[in-house]
Design a protein around this ligand. Structure first.
Ligand code: FAD
Length: 469
């Protein structure tokens, strides 16, 4: 038959899941072929986490200028304008540096070969790669599916049009749209919407549920809702788009709301209604691998599919579609393949939403703890009583801990406020170590920092907070 290159492990997809698995396997002495049809780093690095956080960073800097007036800085001169063409070059300089970094890390292991092309399974130990002209075949002991996900295109969207954007194309824009309607108020839509609003775009968000960020507790999302309104965003909730009409000048949406039918016009529309796993074109049917209706691949705690030697990690599996979940699963699959006793614990995956203010959480929410039968204590501290939050003019939000009332073991950390994305790791570490609320209260936190909010929340749970009642 055909000539096939033999290798220990093939990995399909070079996103945070796939490349982390490759490097871990390299460390463990395996030979690896990492197949990527586009750029190493995947969605996260090239068109997701990194580009969106770069946009948010720029918007925050512009927005913060407004607060200088109160501090005696004369802001009466010309306001800054953003040239998105220059911004794109800056963003590109970051993503290409990071993507090159991933290449270099892989090159440091002589067992790792990177192949550019599109892969699909021929059998449970052979994979074919279309490399643009050539067709290569690899024979493997184990395979890891890490093909990630893509934006869902709802049925009311017809043919592609430059005025109809998804998360990829909006992050590639070279001109700031004067107005934008965002269909879908999940974290991707709200993060990008808030950033563009701060840069001067008139933004409307249309959300099906009764609140934006519907997957997040309302006590947390409420802070973002208030801020969104303050920066002039128009938020329409309990609203469903039934029709989209696009011309070269504008987009019109027919929207059914509680108050009847509405027509909403804007220069462009951004569709962010969720993501779908890339599992259709891999030839999985023939392998006995179970793909759920949602498109997710069923795996066990070792990231193993129903086909013993084939693993799946990252956005193609159920659970939160987050980069750090993908990279953790990548390391687990690599270790399991190498005979190490690794397993995925999905209960301690932190999440972060880079809105203004930011939201982050890890462990159980109050509702989850109660559902599991815990008697709980809570401790909460508002940033309006934190010195550094006031100095940085970011007094919104609070930090909260959920504690098992019986044992005092910490169950969950939740925070909405400035820098929540960095604050949450203290909580993740505490939960990972099985800490009790006394451990947190005994830990000396430096002053003045936002981390003091955790100390105060712990003391509040114990009934002896110093700086709140
Ligand atoms: P991906 O990153 O999707 O990578 C899969 C790779 O596989 C791609 O490069 C693709 O080209 C390749 N591929 C697919 N099929 C084939 C094939 N047949 N052959 C060869 N190659 C193939 N997560 C966070 O944790 N924090 C954030 O702040 C964050 N922000 C985000 C913002 C946006 C706008 C978006 C869209 C996502 C964001 N995410 C964020 C989610 C994060 O990007 C994903 O969870 C993460 O990229 C998933 O990693 P992965 O390795 O599973 O797959």
């Amino acid at each position: 038959g055909e000539v096939a290159v033999e290798v220990d492990v093939v990995i399909i997809g070079g996103g945070p899941g796939g490349y982390s698995a490759a490097i871990r396997l390299g460390q463990l002495g395996k030979t690896v072929v990492l197949i990527e049809k586009d750029k190493l780093g995947g969605v996260c690095l090239n068109r997701g986490c990194i580009p969106s956080k770069a946009l948010i960073h720029t918007a925050e800097k512009v927005d913060e200028l407004h607060s200088l007036q109160d501090m005696g800085v004369d802001m009466s001169g010309e306001r800054p304008k953003t040239d998105l063409k220059v911004w794109q070059e800056w963003k590109e300089s970051i993503t290409s540096k990071l993507s090159k970094g991933v290449h270099q890390l892989c090159d440091q292991h002589k067992g790792i070969t990177i192949v550019k092309g599109e892969a699909n399974f021929l059998s449970n130990n052979r994979i074919g790669v279309e490399t643009g002209g050539d067709f290569e075949i690899y024979k493997f002991e184990n395979a890891i599916i890490a093909t990630g996900s893509r934006p869902i295109v709802p049925s009311f969207v017809g043919n592609p049009h430059p005025n109809i954007l998804d998360s990829t194309s909006i992050l590639a824009l070279e001109d700031l749209p004067s107005s934008l309607t965002i269909v879908g108020g999940g974290y991707i839509g709200v993060e990008i919407g808030m950033a563009l609003a701060k840069l001067g775009t008139v933004v409307t968000i249309i959300e099906l549920s009764d609140s934006i960020l519907p997957a997040t507790a309302k006590t947390l999302s409420k802070e973002v809702m208030m801020r969104a309104k303050k920066i002039g965003m128009n938020i329409v909730t309990s609203a469903e788009v039934s029709k989209l009409t696009v011309s070269n000048d504008e987009v019109e949406l027919n929207v059914s709301t509680k108050d009847g039918e509405q027509k909403i016009q804007s220069r462009k529309v951004l569709i962010t209604v969720g993501r779908k796993p890339n599992t259709e074109d891999l030839g999985l049917n023939q392998l006995g691998i179970i793909v759920e209706d949602s498109g997710h691949i069923e795996v066990d705690e070792h990231c193993r599919t129903r086909q013993d030697n084939i693993f799946a990690i990252g956005d193609v599996t159920a659970g939160p579609a987050l980069a750090h979940k993908a990279s953790k699963e990548g390391k687990i699959a690599a270790e399991v393949i190498s005979g190490l006793p690794s397993a995925m614990d999905t209960s301690l995956i932190p999440y972060v939403i880079f809105t203004d203010p930011q939201i982050a959480g890890v462990g159980m929410t109050e509702e989850e703890a109660k559902q599991k039968g815990y008697q709980i204590k809570k401790g909460k501290f508002p940033f309006s009583a934190n010195g550094l939050a006031l100095i940085s003019k970011k007094p919104a939000g609070f930090a909260e801990v959920i504690v098992d009332a019986d044992t005092h073991v910490l169950l969950g950390f939740h925070v909405v406020g400035s820098d929540a994305s960095n604050l949450i790791s203290e909580g993740t570490l505490a939960l990972e170590l099985g800490a009790r609320v006394e451990d947190l209260a005994l830990t000396i936190h430096p002053h003045p920092t936002l981390t003091e909010a955790w100390l105060e929340a712990a003391e509040a749970a114990l009934g002896h907070a110093i700086h709140s009642v």
